[in-house]
Design a protein around this ligand. Sequence first.
Ligand code: PEP
Ligand code: MN
Length: 339
Amino acid sequence: MIIVLKNNTTPEQIEAFSKKLERDYEVTVSVSYGQDSIVVGVMGDTAGIDIGTVQAQSVVRSITRVQEPYKKVNRKFHPDDSVIEIGEGCRVGGGGFTLIAGPCAVENEEQIAGIAACVKRSGACILRGGAFKPRTSPYAFQGYGAEGLELLRHARARTGLPIVSEIMAPSQLPLFEDVDIIQVGARNMQNFELLKCLGKVDRPILLKRGLASSIEEFLMSAEYIAASGNDQVILCERGIRTFETMTRNTLDISAIPIIKKVSHLPIVVDPSHAAGIPWLIEPLSMAAIAAGADGLMIEVHNDPANAMCDGAQSITPEHFDAIARRVREVAPIFGKTFA
Ligand code: PEP
Ligand code: MN
């Protein structure tokens, strides 16, 4: 349920109104101050709330029952775009366009530091790199784990770029203590215990869409994180499985404007895992900008042919630079600023 309050409602009145709702109906309340509205989101079992009684309060302008199962991530609860701040000078959402780039997996110090310096020069403001790799085969390279995270930290120290890396289990959380953004991969999108655990972390979470998940399921996973207390969620559309065999996955372009319409969370697009082919990354990136995405996450490798993971879809730093130049030209046409 959302209750819009009159614009002249004082902070004391908002506090008293919220407390009374929580006390009388055993619900949780979150207040969002939009550009031209004060929205009180009511979560929990709202069936017992008597609309007439609430409507009679002098501070209330309107009441709407929210049909969607996602509440905290629903734009109705928070009309303005959420902006996720990642350290100094880097943010996701709110009119800027963010480039996240780096290798699929961290391989060695030279590799990650070299790629980090290149992508930074091209305009990336976040460095990605997998230390724990969810592989289809148990015999494939699984990532360098804690050591990989350490190499990622070194690359951060050398370049100043904040880092994002994938967590696979709650037990790994202590290793991620100073990782700037914690990634939940497609395969773990519905690992609800992991999501609840990340809801208690005070750090941004990059949540990737599951391989065969609907948009609503995707948003419900974000809701798990938000409902547990962490509203710093960045969504990532990375393609879904379809009958098509000419691409690794099918980039669901329509998910971007749909999510922008129904949710206030920022959404970035990963064209690398969607396409699985280097030459498709540029056109999919352009499509993502046109559809309203807040950024891109692209796999970049100095030597794709010898990469330990996902070399087939990785692009070189030079190719990434060319795409970044096009992003610089195209993003402003679609209302985004790219510094
Ligand atoms: C990744 O980004 O490294 C990754 C494994 O992607 P996904 O979870 O989308 O398959
Ligand atoms: Mn990969």
